[in-house]
Write a protein that binds this ligand. Structure first.
Ligand SMILES: [Zn+2]
Length: 225
């Protein structure tokens, strides 16, 4: 059996396919608004969300491009701290079959790659769903939002928010990618589904860090050693 080659974390999650399991059954078009019930809710939901101003998937993605945050999720944050706010994440699984860490979790359609020290090293929002489930900043709940955002919509919103962006120099076939500045949030669009490029994924990642060992006697946070 050939030895598997360790991959960079960012590459691993960018091409990770496990969320296909979260794909909704074809034909299900349940959500017409932000408070529509979610088929899979992996976090707390606020009954009072309906009284808050409407937030769209475009708002959340524009904020992500500008700040690197999706609600309480951000690279460099501790999963333990995030779970204290959003509730426990969905456990997707290991990056490598050999070791538990780094490990993949998700909140709604946002995947997190988490280092053994519990630091979130990658955020990757799977925005190709017709309705995308994203953590909302104001309510700290997972909210279902109609998606299918176009290149034109997102770049106009980034411009309006004063967020700098530029296309990446090497584009992949069937796709278009741009990165925001200075945070380097990557937005990838597919160009083979309709007249306009549609947002497929939005990701940001940390450079490799010196990972501190968990101190002896570290309390069990439920995520494993
Ligand atoms: Zn670490």
């Amino acid at each position: 059996m050939p030895a598997s080659t360790p991959k960079k974390t960012t590459d691993t999650i960018a091409h990770h396919d496990s969320t296909k399991a979260l794909r909704r059954p074809e034909g299900l078009r349940a959500c017409a608004g932000k408070d529509a019930p979610s088929e899979k809710c992996h976090g707390r939901r606020s009954a009072s969300a309906g009284t808050l101003p409407c937030v769209t998937a475009l708002d959340v993605m524009t904020e992500f491009g500008s700040t690197g945050r999706i609600g309480p999720l951000r690279c460099g944050a501790s999963l333990t701290d995030i779970a204290a706010v959003l509730g426990p994440p969905w456990d997707i699984g290991r990056v490598s079959t050999r070791t538990r860490w780094p490990h993949l979790f998700s909140y709604g359609h946002v995947e997190l790659c988490v280092c053994r020290c519990r630091t979130v090293t990658t955020l990757s929002a799977q925005t190709w769903h017709d309705v995308v489930e994203l953590p909302a900043a104001r309510t700290n709940t997972i909210t279902s939002l109609p998606a299918r955002l176009t290149y034109r919509q997102l770049t106009a919103a980034l411009d309006a928010a004063g967020c700098c962006w530029q296309p990446v120099s090497r584009q992949s076939p069937g796709g278009v990618e741009l990165r925001t500045r200075p945070l380097g949030v990557a937005f990838t669009f597919r160009t083979d589904d309709g007249p306009e490029p549609l947002l497929e994924n939005a990701s940001v990642w940390l450079d490799p860090h010196d990972c501190p060992p968990l101190p002896p006697g570290h309390p069990d946070d439920g995520f494993g050693a």
